[in-house]
Design a protein around this ligand. Structure first.
Ligand code: C2O
Length: 591
């Protein structure tokens, strides 16, 4: 294992060294190496009168932001001083020909063991906007995460919108008062657990207090008349958020590091894994305004969670707030109303005529998949058992009625794939083209305690995967179901962006819905939000060789197995084939 001299851990400061490769090349073409050291350790933090041991990068919650210019290389030295096995995933970075750096434990790499180090190296090419990074192990994502901001090569003046006065990351997250690895284990084993508070940039805000002491909230100072670019990231495990600022509007200009047609709205809906870049003009009467993030949820009869709203303040500079003056509050959507989310997402379209808008949507589709998303149960022992909430079963999350199970091998699958071992095929089960049975997927009578779900409940576990020849054009329709719950599902594909062709409520019907496909300017995303009791159709080109996770970004669905592997085979040339793994790759614990 490679070693470096470590910075003074007590100061725990991110080292961001920008080394210019060729000082003489003109600025627009200058590629830099952006280097960070991430020291992952456990730190005691106190909120809501409780001291909790949390796992953080460089002692920061959220972790340090990585800021790069399109075309840069990124080097991150991860020093694991936590007691957990770790990987870091660079969410949304395409990792062209670099699947080894994708950071999925036992798929692309062995995890970094406690007291071990590993250096991630990747290039950011052809992407602009907001992405993020997070741990991809258990629930540690809740505290091990941060922004990854990619600026255009030609500077802020080449934004396809007026240059903002300031750019501000707004990370929505959760405060958990428990050990996250144990929380993850609990969720996987059917225990009901929930976080303690929502956060904006790590702050709980003034709706939370204990013994009379009010939690700090995030404060954004603005100058009248200026425009701010908020880079909003949902890093939470459990909920989609509605975000509003009283008296102000957002103009959404990008999502998942792809520009969108500017869309003005007073509410942003953002599901876990998504990012939204939005301009806000400080054009209200100078004063103080609440910025509120409200977690939404499916209405009853789905089980209801506590509504843990968080808020910060947008405050105009040089405005003296009289004592006792309360900031203006926005009127929030109802927490059980998911229509604003459906409308928000359906209103996003890709920005045409931008150099980063990739080639037009491929019209020739090679493979079509119809994937149902839902819950099911497996027997704790054997293959037959009592269902319907009996304790002989536990609940899992599925795609086409199969729940992902990590294959028990001591080598990451990508290595087996690279060495062309047919051993890998014996470990995997093919993700079928469609659900094993056709039913009225979104029939509200299926939602428990509806009468119909019991016979649809039995499911199975397998290492679910699907192989694609290099260059295959894949169309996927994700169909939400009412099986055991009626949640929405933010589906995230690693290593690729996808065109979002259409979305709707109810059951997808090709005869009706294909005509609604937007093949002109669809939004391009890495995380698509499949609406509650609805569907989304996407298309992408499988042209990045490797093994890519495709999963629901709700932490509980991921832990419960709503995952499949998309295996993209090598092309015919070296520059369409996966290169050899990095020389200093971590080795695995023996299992
Ligand atoms: Cu941010 Cu596998 O995900």
């Amino acid at each position: 294992m490679k070693c470096w001299s470590l910075p003074d851990a007590s100061t725990a400061i991110t080292i961001a060294a920008v080394i210019f490769l060729h000082a003489i090349i003109p600025p627009a073409a200058m590629a830099a190496v952006v280097e960070h050291t991430f020291i992952v350790s456990q730190v005691k933090m106190t909120h809501l009168c409780n001291e909790t041991l949390v796992t953080l990068v460089n002692g920061q919650f959220p972790g340090p932001a990585i800021e790069v210019t399109d075309g840069d290389s990124v080097t991150v030295h991860v020093v694991n001083k936590s007691p957990y096995d770790l990987t870091i995933h660079w969410h949304g970075v395409k990792q062209q020909l670099n699947c080894w750096a994708d950071g999925v434990p036992m798929i692309t790499q062995c995890p970094i063991l406690p007291n071990h180090n590993f250096t991630y190296k990747f290039n950011v090419a052809g992407q602009e906007g907001t992405l993020w990074w997070h741990a991809h192990v258990a629930f540690l994502q809740a505290t091990v995460h941060g922004a990854l901001v990619i600026r255009p090569r030609h500077g802020a003046s080449s934004y396809p919108f007026p240059k903002p006065h300031k750019e501000i990351p707004i990370i929505l997250g959760e405060w958990w008062q428990m050990d996250l690895e144990r929380a993850d284990w609990g969720i996987a084993h059917g225990v009901d657990l929930y976080f303690g508070a929502s956060t904006i940039n790590g702050k709980l805000g003034d709706l939370y207090n204990c013994s009379g002491s009010i939690e700090d909230g995030y404060v954004l100072d603005v100058e009248p008349g200026k425009t701010y670019l908020l880079r909003v990231i949902n890093a939470a495990l459990f909920a989609e958020y509605y975000l509003k600022i009283a008296g102000h509007k957002f103009t959404v200009v990008a999502s998942d590091a792809n520009y969108v047609t500017p869309y003005t709205t007073d509410v942003i809906a953002i599901a876990p894994g998504e990012t939204m870049d939005a301009l806000v003009v400080a054009d209200a009467a100078p004063g103080r305004y609440y910025m509120v993030a409200l977690p939404n949820q499916s209405p009853e009869p789905d089980p209801q969670s506590p509504v843990l709203i968080t808020r910060g303040i947008v405050q105009y500079r040089r405005v003296q707030a009289p004592a006792g003056d309360t900031p203006v509050s926005p009127e929030m959507p109802d927490q059980d109303d998911l229509m604003p989310s459906l409308h928000f997402h359906a209103n996003l379209t890709g920005l045409l005529h931008h150099p980063h808008q990739p080639t037009p949507v491929p019209t020739q589709v090679d493979e079509r998949l119809f994937i149902t998303l839902g819950l099911g149960t497996v027997c704790r022992r054997g293959h037959s058992c009592k269902r319907s909430q009996s304790n002989e079963t536990f609940t899992v999350a599925t795609m086409n009625n199969i729940s992902f199970q990590q294959p028990a091998v001591a080598t990451p699958l990508l290595k087996l794939h690279y060495h062309n071992t047919n051993r890998m095929d014996m470990l995997l089960q093919e993700l079928p083209d469609k659900a094993p049975r056709v039913f009225n997927y979104t029939d509200p009578a299926l939602i428990p305690p509806g009468p119909k779900e019991a016979k649809l409940e039995p499911t199975s576990k397998a290492a679910l995967a699907r192989r694609f020849r290099h260059g295959t054009v894949v169309e996927v329709v994700f169909q939400g179901t009412a099986l055991l719950q009626s949640e929405s599902n933010p589906m995230h594909l690693h290593g690729h962006d996808v065109f979002v062709l259409a979305q709707g409520e109810g059951n997808y019907d090709a005869a009706r819905d294909v005509a609604r496909y937007n093949l002109v300017n669809p939004a391009i995303k890495n995380t698509v939000h499949v609406p509650r009791l609805g569907w989304v159709a996407i298309r992408f080109v499988a042209d990045n060789p490797g093994i890519w996770y495709m999963h629901c970004h709700f932490g509980f669905h991921l832990t419960m197995g709503m995952v499949a592997l998309f295996i993209v085979e090598d092309g015919l040339t070296t520059d369409t084939s996966l290169p050899a793994p990095p020389a200093d790759f971590p080795s695995c614990r023996h299992i």
